[in-house]
Design a protein around this ligand. Structure first.
Ligand code: FES
Ligand SMILES: [Fe+2]
Length: 398
């Protein structure tokens, strides 16, 4: 018998190999510490690109429950994209109630104060009744927004302790060359899960589950005789908590008739290694039987890239036992109906796979809450799970 291979433990010996405590997933106090020490200081992906709001006045609103803030992101007349608290500086009423749209400005529906597309306070109703009001000081309260390769990120710190570029770490070299600009959003999904955010994310951080959880939706796309347990061919763990995992594709994968048709008109999610397109910014060519890459931006945002497509997702913590999982697909702009059908195929496949991943979360979380188990036994293939717990615990302790 061959000696067991513990490739990743050898690459990252500082992570150890022992069982990992589940305390950080079940403790409400720990969650509050995560909120204070991590979530209030990190850059979060809004799962949107600058091209999603291409024209002056285009906006969207996003509730960031973990910090209790409603965020308005709007493109100004100067073409700059800005983020604000979606709140009126008179007495705090919510300014914009729609999810998205295009507007000439924002008028508060409480007493009628009006803001322009740059967030400046433009008009105060019955202004003479106020005392020394300085409108130039009363624009909508700003939130730090930065853009990385077209993706919009926000940070709720008063003064972020690091730039978005610094937070992206090795992704500045590794992921940056990917052709994101050719892609547009073709769909979104959002799910609420009754589980801790780390437990939820863990189901997406290894390939060990694939042969079991995805046996119906992907019986042979990622596993086969040569790799029955979907061993991950390449993993990179960054000191700042970021992670990359290459998901393998099975060479003997047989395309179903629908998939074959879809693949004819564009790159698809489960096409296996059949793709020959060159994809800079991925591990194609470096990872054996490359399928696609998962790229995690600590703590819970991801930009996952495949052969000419990407999907971005996030595991938004809502409470210690509640998480919102949201994903958005970006594919090349379809110019023919056949390409739309092809992309629809990928969209549905990934939706089904994600649902299967999420299906394990709530029962797992209940077992942890009941203290049925209080430790996770993690294999070498689950090192990204171990790395997440280690990074979070170290941040909270620091
Ligand atoms: S709260 Fe907005 S105008 Fe009064
Ligand atoms: Fe999965």
């Amino acid at each position: 018998m061959n000696a067991p291979k513990h490739t990743y433990a050898e690459m990252y010996p500082e992570l150890g190999t022992g069982p990992v405590s589940t305390e950080s997933a079940v403790s409400k106090e720990f969650f509050e510490q995560e909120r204070e020490k991590i979530f209030r200081h990190q850059w979060f992906s809004l799962l949107k690109r600058d091209s999603d709001i291409p024209n002056p006045g285009d906006y969207f609103v996003r509730e960031i429950e973990i910090v209790g803030v409603s965020v308005l992101v709007i493109r100004g007349d100067d073409n700059q994209i800005r983020a604000f608290h979606n709140s009126c500086t008179h007495r705090g009423n919510r300014l914009v109630h729609d999810d998205r749209g295009c507007t000439v400005g924002m008028q508060c529906d409480f007493h009628g104060w009006t803001y322009d597309r740059q967030g400046e306070l433009a008009y105060v109703t019955d202004e003479e009744q106020f005392y020394d009001l300085d409108k130039s000081e009363l624009g909508m309260p700003k939130i730090h927004l930065d853009i990385w390769r077209g993706f919009l990120f926000v940070n709720f710190d008063e003064m972020p302790d690091q730039s978005l570029e610094t937070a992206m770490g090795d992704f500045n070299q590794d992921l940056s060359p990917f052709a994101f600009d050719d892609l547009e959003c073709i769909g979104r999904y959002r799910y609420q899960v009754d589980a801790n955010w780390k437990t939820t994310m863990n189901a997406f951080q290894e390939g060990y589950h694939v042969a079991f959880v995805h046996k119906r939706s992907a019986p042979d796309a990622f596993t086969g005789d040569d790799n029955p347990y979907c061993h991950i061919p390449k993993i990179k763990l960054q000191d700042n908590g970021n992670q990359s995992l290459a998901v393998p594709a099975a060479p003997e994968h047989k395309l179903s008739p629908t998939e074959e048709l879809a693949f004819k008109f564009g790159s698809t999610f489960t096409q296996g290694i059949g793709n020959t397109e060159i994809c800079p910014g991925t591990w194609q060519g470096e990872a054996e039987n490359w399928g696609f890459d998962l790229n995690i931006i600590f703590p819970f945002s991801r930009i996952n890239v495949g052969a000419g497509w990407c999907y971005v997702d996030a595991f938004w913590p809502i409470a210690q036992d509640k998480t919102i999982y949201e994903l958005a697909y970006y594919f090349p702009k379809p110019v023919k109906p056949s390409q739309m059908i092809s992309q629809e195929f990928s969209k549905i496949v990934l939706r089904d796979l994600s649902r299967e991943d999420l299906a394990t979360n709530e029962v797992t979380h209940s077992a942890l809450m009941a203290r049925s188990i209080d430790k996770l036994q993690l294999s070498d293939q689950e090192i990204a799970v171990r790395h997440l717990y280690k990074t979070v615990t170290a941040r909270v302790a620091g």
